[in-house]
Design a protein around this ligand. Structure first.
Ligand SMILES: [Zn+2]
Length: 109
């Protein structure tokens, strides 16, 4: 497997500035090895990537595996939520809550 360093992976792919750690969570990978999952954000407000986040997985030596195959190797760029999609999501949640209230049914088991 190919690796890069945290220093490289922490850089914004658009402007190259070192990203800020938004949240960091130590955990274990599929082989039981200690890893760290960190979410970074670009600190440059003028950057096209401003407000977007990227995830960096590193081992306890600071090595970051390069994703170069499989679905995880794909660039994921999700559309931003618009006011309309937020409104639709809120309406859907209210509908579910209303139905639960009326029928007394919940998804809890
Ligand atoms: Zn940037």
């Amino acid at each position: 497997m190919d690796y890069t360093t945290i220093e490289e992976a922490a850089k914004c792919s658009v402007c190259g500035k070192v990203g800020e750690v938004i949240i960091s969570q130590p955990t274990y990978d599929a082989n039981g090895l200690e890893i760290d999952i960190a979410v970074y954000g670009c600190p440059e407000t003028l950057c096209l990537q401003s407000g977007k986040r990227w995830v960096v997985q590193s081992d306890n030596q600071g090595n970051v595996p390069i994703r170069n195959h499989g679905p995880r190797g794909l660039d994921k760029d999700f559309p931003e939520m618009t006011a309309g999609s937020l409104h639709n999501a809120r309406a859907k949640v209210e509908d579910i809550l209303q139905r639960e209230y009326e029928t007394g049914e919940t998804n809890e088991s």
